[in-house]
Write a protein that binds this ligand. Structure first.
Ligand code: HEC
Ligand code: HEC
Length: 411
């Protein structure tokens, strides 16, 4: 009995050691999540081979762009086919799974969907995240696979082909009879991984604070200068609490990067709505130099965001003008996650800003003449109510940055 216990605890200790030392979330992946993970990290699913989803959505940077050489300039990533570039910066592929289908809310604003411009609406599969996953494999500027069939054939040759049929049933990895269905299952598997506890661990310093505050009956989304004292000693330093207060009050960040909890979980810092916050063009965007067949407008190309997409859909056309220049509010989770403190990340849909300090300064001073920010890429629909001239001091800007640094998951 005793012997068994000792052996058992040694095995347990080893297991615990591996779970924690591997740097992954403690919760094991379910078979479908595991399948999705294998697809997400499979370099064979590109043409030429070598590019997996993680090439543009790396765990070491919060599932966004992991290559400093791209972040430092255009912020846009090269596709599998050398020299081909898309036009936007990869947003986080984590904490994205709660975005609803693209729809008009009661106030007439668009909410939901995937991509900066919402074009993976969710109308095809009923799930925007799974629908998004059908895009990159066959995008000539990304993984560049010729068709669904060749993707399925590559999965058939993979080490996880059997896992696929364990998850989806015998004969499900079919490349002849129902190629569309098989491709859909690939996408749904990836979405399952992207929604897993490994990708969304809610394990940051802020999460521990949020849980402690909630357990005490405090509502983090109501924090302000007066109530701040009640939030002391719950895991954030006074300075970080000060940053959170500014984030929620004077800085007005939480108007869009909302602090409200969804389904009892800590907030994901987006309301999935769209805004034009006046981000300037990024002159280093490699898309300007792409061949005419990919970018017919050359240097004159303008990223119209949501409005550009709505223009292409009959039922939404009439809303296009009011949404030109708007992009989806991104999550701020892991916005500061990087392999080393000096590693450069790129922010905004076109990677025009390179540090969180610049981001906050931009919101704070965009409309103050002396700050001299370049003009917005799209002048229409500029948000001036909650951004542009916030009156934050330099120290207050820094406190907001310090607060955003508490949003990094412990992996
Ligand atoms: C070459 C780089 C690249 C590759 C490879 C790539 N992505 Fe992306 N991903 C991007 C870019 C750029 C965007 C934003 C594009 C846009 O908004 O027009 C994006 C957007 C997304 C989003 C939307 C997030 C949101 O909040 O709207 C998800 C999810 C995502 N990618 C997952 C994946 C998956 C899954 C794969 C593999 C099947 C993949 N990506 C492959 C660059 C890439
Ligand atoms: C009116 C809504 C709104 C407000 C207010 C707002 N944001 Fe944003 N935020 C956005 C949108 C929309 C984007 C993407 C804009 C783009 O790329 O064109 C964004 C992008 C960002 C990004 C870049 C994230 C990434 O992955 O590239 C950061 C960081 C950020 N905001 C922080 C803040 C902070 C800090 C504040 C307060 C000082 C704030 N935001 C206020 C809507 C808002």
């Amino acid at each position: 009995m005793k012997k068994h216990l000792i052996a058992g605890s040694v095995i347990l200790a080893i297991a615990v050691f591996f779970v924690f030392s591997s740097g992954k979330a403690a919760a094991p992946l379910s078979p479908i999540e595991d399948l999705g993970k294998k697809l997400f990290f499979d370099k064979a699913l590109s043409s030429p081979a070598g590019q997996e989803c993680a090439a543009c959505h790396g765990p070491s940077v919060g599932f966004t762009g992991p290559a400093e050489r791209f972040n430092k300039v255009g912020g846009v990533y090269e596709g599998a086919f050398k020299g081909r570039f898309g036009n936007r910066k990869p947003p986080a592929a984590s904490y994205a799974g709660d975005s609803p289908k693209l729809h008009l809310d009661k106030e007439g604003n668009f909410v939901g969907g995937m991509f900066w411009d919402g074009r993976a609406t969710g109308d095809v599969l009923g799930d925007p995240l799974a629908e998004q996953a059908m895009g990159p494999f066959m995008n000539p500027l990304e993984q560049n696979m010729p068709d669904k069939k060749s993707i399925i054939l590559a999965v058939q040759k993979s080490t996880y082909a059997r896992l696929f049929e364990e998850v989806w049933g015998k004969g499900s990895l079919d490349a002849v009879k129902n190629v569309d269905k098989t491709y859909e299952l690939i996408a749904r598997s990836i979405a399952a991984y992207e929604r897993s506890a490994e990708v969304n661990p809610f394990s940051s310093k802020f999460d521990a604070f949020w849980r402690a505050a909630t357990a005490k009956g405090l509502k983090v989304e109501t924090i302000d200068a007066d109530s701040a004292k009640n939030f002391k000693n719950l895991g954030l330093t006074e300075r970080e609490i000060n940053g959170l207060v500014l984030f929620n009050t004077k800085g007005m960040c939480a108007v869009c990067h909302v602090l409200t909890s969804v389904n009892g979980r800590p907030p994901v810092f987006t309301d999935y709505a769209y805004d034009n916050i006046g981000v300037p063009k990024n002159p280093d965007n490699p898309f300007y130099g792409q061949a005419k067949n990919f970018n017919p407008e050359g240097k004159a190309w303008v990223d119209k965001g949501l409005g550009g997409f709505l223009q292409t859909v009959d039922k939404y056309k009439s809303y296009a003008a009011a949404n030109m220049g708007k992009h989806k509010v991104p999550t701020l989770r892991n916005v500061d996650e990087r392999p080393t403190p000096v590693f450069v990340k790129a922010f905004m849909h076109n990677g025009a800003l390179k540090s969180l300090k610049d981001v906050v300064r931009f919101y704070n001073t965009r409309d103050k003449g002396e700050a001299k920010w370049p003009a917005p890429e799209v002048k229409a629909n500029l948000n001036t109510q909650e951004s542009g001239n916030l009156g934050l001091t330099n120290d207050e800007e820094n406190a907001i940055v310090d607060f955003m640094k508490t949003l990094t998951d412990k992996r």
